[in-house]
Design a protein around this ligand. Structure first.
Ligand code: 5GP
Ligand code: MN
Length: 352
């Protein structure tokens, strides 16, 4: 039995908000991932089947690797369709904010959204949300925003409108935000939700392969290069660091999404329980962190990398050079492990 974790009053308010409007905009965080796109597009599908004019507006483009998600081609992308985005926002009577906890996470779209006189509904699973929302459905314990969208639909009695398309979208978020059902999915109800989604006869294997195991040849080579040539291990501190410069990315014809799962790779090594990936972007260093077990990378990203995220998966940004970012990483090692020699990479002794 899937329990009702959202209180009835919130559900009734949400029902009243939706019933009272026709034009609904849904938005999600910049550099949208499978959960951001999956949850937004699933909600959009269902609202349309309810007779609403619903549109998903994103701050920037979806990566090529996620173009298979049903509805991605209909996204209104601010950086690409500026005029259309402005028009849709001006018509909006209700705004859903999915898979982010602060307006800072939607970049310039935040500036366009701020003056709008519309109600805002947050559905999210990140820690410490802003309080700039009329309804807050914030559950950091949830596996994904897709799980929360499912629960909202269930509690509103709208699951009958969740067709194969919407179910496929939700499946992608449940899958990708748990690293392929590896973490953040200890709640048995997660599998009941999955069962309900599978009953919509989604093309599960195809979605799994596209979401988890499809990379271009350049991307596979780039990941191999990064692991073989650029991974530094600090086993005494359980840490790994991978860096890729702009020049290295260009050498492998980098496209967004090409390094999506790279930061997880060092965690396969038993001694390593947290991993940092620094990618040199045009005007910033993008930071990705992952950990296993009782080690919070969201704390590290909030404290050092102007970011945040989840306990075991977080990220941030730095406006400095790649060398300075590496120096900061070494500083973190020194701060967290003052008794260890943090000056250089250590080798892992071969087991006899
Ligand atoms: P990724 O490493 O895949 O980019 O992000 C992992 C998680 O960290 C995501 O859930 C994302 O929401 C969060 N995250 C990534 N980048 C940032 C950032 O710049 N700021 C904040 N607050 N969170 C981030
Ligand atoms: Mn998410």
């Amino acid at each position: 039995m899937i329990s009702s974790i959202i209180d009835d009053k919130t559900i009734e308010r949400l029902r009243a908000f939706i019933n009272g409007v026709q034009h609904i905009v849904i938005t999600c965080h910049k550099s949208p991932d499978g959960d951001a796109l999956g949850s937004s597009l699933a909600l959009c599908h269902v609202l349309r089947r309810l007779g609403k004019d619903a549109v998903v507006v994103t701050p920037d483009m979806a990566p090529k690797s996620l173009e298979f998600i049903p509805g991605v081609r209909e996204l209104v992308v601010l950086t690409k369709h500026e005029l259309r985005a402005r028009n849709v926002l001006n018509e909006a009577q209700l705004l859903f904010c999915l898979d982010f906890n602060s307006m800072k996470r939607i970049d310039r779209l935040g500036e366009l959204v701020e003056p709008l006189k519309v109600r805002r509904v947050l559905i999210d699973h990140h820690l410490d949300p802003d309080d700039a929302f009329d309804i807050m459905i914030s559950h950091p314990d949830a596996s994904s925003t897709c799980e929360l969208v499912f629960r909202v639909l269930m509690q509103m009695g709208l699951l009958r409108l969740m067709d194969r398309h919407a179910a496929s979208c939700l499946y992608v978020g449940l899958l990708t935000d748990t690293g392929g059902f590896a973490y953040s999915c200890d709640n048995p109800e997660f599998y009941e939700i999955l069962a309900s989604i599978l009953k919509r006869r989604i093309d599960r294997i195809n979605l799994y392969n596209k979401a988890m195991n499809t990379f271009s040849a350049d991307s596979v080579r780039l990941q191999g290069y990064a692991v073989s040539e650029k991974m530094q291990l600090f086993p005494e501190q359980g840490a790994a660091l991978i860096t890729l410069s702009k020049e290295e990315l260009e050498r492998f014809n980098y496209n967004r999404g090409d390094t999506e799962t790279l930061v997880n790779k060092p965690l396969a090594i038993p001694e390593i329980y947290w991993s940092v990936f620094l990618r040199e972007d045009t005007d910033k260093i993008k930071v990705s962190c992952r950990s296993q077990g009782d080690f919070s990378v969201s704390d590290i990203c909030a404290r050092y990398f102007n970011g945040g995220g989840h306990f075991n998966a977080a990220g941030g940004e730095l406006t400095c050079s790649l060398d300075e970012a590496v120096a900061l990483f070494k500083q973190i090692l020194a701060d967290l492990f003052p008794d260890k020699d943090n000056s250089q990479e250590q080798t892992i002794q071969e087991q006899e």
